[in-house]
Design a protein around this ligand. Structure first.
Ligand SMILES: [Zn+2]
Length: 83
């Protein structure tokens, strides 16, 4: 099941997009992205959200960390994966 792999990687995707994931995990994610359109969509969406967040954070330095958490949750990653 391809989706088993997707679920396994989902938790690491936000770290990956932030550039905070370990090298081994980055390699695993990139290998998976090469063959998985679903996860490529998730990463693209995450990247856009992160850039959006960075813009907001620049203008409002006091923005609490939980706001980003909420942004990620709003992405409904499970739905993007078609479950
Ligand atoms: Zn996938």
């Amino acid at each position: 099941m391809a989706h088993e792999n997707c679920r396994h990687l989902l938790g690491a995707l936000s770290d990956y997009v932030d550039g905070e994931a370990e090298a081994a995990i980055c390699a695993e994610i990139e290998r998976h992205l090469a063959g998985c359109d679903n996860c490529r969509v998730v990463v693209d969406t995450l990247k856009k959200t992160v850039y959006l967040y960075h813009d907001v954070a620049t203008e409002t330095p006091d923005l609490p960390a939980e706001v980003r958490q909420r942004l990620y949750q709003r992405l409904n990653l499970d739905e993007l994966l078609g479950n």
